[in-house]
Design a protein around this ligand. Structure first.
Ligand code: NAD
Length: 500
């Protein structure tokens, strides 16, 4: 990248038709380093005309790109994977600066993103259709009726073909990985793409997109526009957009799903979460403490796979509570690339206020505050927070906080614990720590969540599997990643043929 990396007077460019395009005029917001408060750049929020240009560019590029052999399309992605490896530490540092993650978490973000590119490189086999020869034999024409003629066979096959211009709208919490859930598979399947990243991490997205052009992706195949709701709403109803992928909060997901569906688009919305972790009395104690701490506190609790509710069964609290509080106290909050740091800041001041309000709400609801993250007196930070005896129907137990707050609920039996997972409107993931195969199997079958962890704190699927949220954590039919993503980004075409 040329020039100074960050500059508070620079407005982050769009990326259209294979190059950066200056963003001009209109409303803007600051892109801020959450650990230092430094303004890294400005972000144009409502340049709808740029969205039009991006879709137009993608629309023009579609024919040539969709007619490019899939193997050639994937060669670009192989080169892109190599470029991501070469720029691994640069992207990592950009995530630390723009998002606030620790260096280790930022590396994980890039690595899991590269996994998606590797998976998309398999498009030649993933896109393969199916054939069924001789579904019937025709003998109705005179030549076929001649004696001994076995007739003309009808053959049938299913092909998978690209659909057109696809749009991706992404959240702030995995700046490199979540866009890579979408566009590599979309373009590998022959589509063209417009990415609208979170306004909080648009610098990372711009670099990710720009590197794809360096890898040889033709102009117009992948475009990016910055912006907020106005730009998103414009893209959702644009005549030339065929499909919309969204990852973000449930409230926005519902709006996107409804608006884009009514406009006739294919839509997949990966949404918010409130994930439960059940701790049985017989659990391996080290694994449970490790798993719960990394799930609830990792990425400063800003993960859709964050386990934020721990349900302790029977006498599990006796050993679990002192150990989990002690482990949380060992977490070091600091700027993400500071030596020894194990927890970075929240993304912005609004998030600090939201998490502080949730903590105040928990105290008012009568929960016992065992560890108070507000005691971390660093601007932009809330430290690890743990509540015990959380009322089952309180906001603390039911609502997504998206911060490092662990709510402990106590129950008597396995059935009581599973009932807690059922009450949640969300169904992203649920985790159990136990030594009992019976309890684990019963939990798996009845928890009501799409991603299940057994003795694992964060059951994140590899890119070869779909990211399988249920209930209010997902709207649509085909999820991101895995074979679902191939089907989402392709249309089935049936061919029935006979030759005389
Ligand atoms: P968000 O919903 O605020 O924003 C997501 C995207 O939507 C951004 O690009 C934003 O600009 C846009 N947007 C925001 N408000 C909009 C509106 N009114 N109309 C149109 N577009 C709008 O989410 P966030 O705060 O960036 O990310 C955190 C959320 O994402 C959490 O709820 C988290 O659980 C969820 N998430 C879910 C998954 C998953 O796979 N299920 C993965 C990561 C994050």
């Amino acid at each position: 990248m040329e020039g100074k990396l960050y500059c508070m007077t620079r407005t982050i460019e769009h990326f259209i038709d294979g190059k950066r395009m200056e963003a001009s005029g209109g409303a803007s917001c600051d892109d801020v380093n959450p650990a230092t408060g430094e303004v890294l750049a400005k972000v144009s929020m409502d340049e709808v005309s740029a969205a039009d240009l991006a879709v137009d560019s993608a629309h023009r590029a579609f024919r040539g790109w969709s007619e490019t052999p899939v193997g050639d399309r994937c060669q670009v992605l192989f080169r892109y994977k190599e470029l991501l490896e070469q720029h691994f530490e640069e992207l990592t540092q950009m995530i630390v600066d723009e998002h606030g993650k620790t260096t280790a978490e930022a590396r994980g973000d890039v690595r899991r993103g590269i996994d998606c590119v590797e998976y998309a490189c398999g498009a030649p086999s993933l896109m393969m259709g199916r054939t069924l020869p001789r579904i019937a034999v025709s003998t109705s024409f005179s030549r076929e009726r001649e004696e001994g003629n076995p007739g003309v066979p009808l053959d049938s096959s299913l092909e998978r073909v690209p659909i057109g211009v696809c749009v991706g709208i992404t959240p702030f919490n995995f700046p490199i990985m979540v866009p890579l859930w979408m566009w590599p598979m979309a373009v590998a399947c022959g589509n063209t793409f417009v990415l609208k990243p979170s306004e909080k991490v648009s610098l990372c997205a711009l670099r990710e997109v720009e590197l794809a052009t360096e890898a040889g992706l033709p102009s117009g195949v992948l475009n990016m526009v910055t912006g907020g709701p106005d730009v998103v709403n414009h893209l959702l109803t644009h005549d030339d957009v065929k499909a919309v992928s969204f990852v973000g909060s449930t409230a926005v997901a519902k709006h996107i799903y409804k608006t884009a569906s009514v406009a006739g688009k294919r839509v997949q919305c990966m949404a918010g979460a409130k994930n439960t972790m059940i701790i049985m009395p017989d659990a391996n104690q080290d694994a449970a403490i490790d798993g719960v701490i990394s799930s609830s506190m990792g990425n400063t609790g800003q993960r859709c796979l964050a386990g934020s509710v721990a349900v302790l069964v029977g006498d599990a609290p006796d050993w679990f509570i002192p150990r989990v509080v002690e482990a949380a106290k060992q977490i070091k909050t600091a700027k993400g690339d500071e030596s020894g740091c194990t927890m970075g800041p929240l993304i912005d001041d609004a998030s600090v206020q939201r998490v502080n309000k949730a903590i105040e709400g928990g105290i008012e609801a009568g929960a016992d505050l065992l560890l108070d993250g507000r005691e971390v007196k660093l601007r932009g930070f809330v430290g690890p927070t743990i509540f015990d005896n959380v009322p089952h129907d309180s906001a603390l137990a039911m609502e997504e906080i998206f911060g490092p707050v662990l709510s402990i609920l106590r129950v008597d039996t396995l059935d009581d614990a599973i009932a807690v997972t059922h009450r949640s409107p969300y169904g992203n993931m649920a985790v159990m720590f136990t030594d009992s195969g019976y309890a684990a199997n019963k939990f798996k079958d009845t928890a009501g969540a799409g991603m299940i962890g057994i003795n694992v704190g964060v059951p994140a699927p590899m890119a070869v599997f779909p990211f399988c949220g249920w209930k209010d954590s997902f709207f649509g039919t085909l999820h991101s990643n895995g074979e679902d993503s191939v089907r989402f980004y392709t249309e089935g075409r049936i061919l029935v043929s006979r030759w005389f």
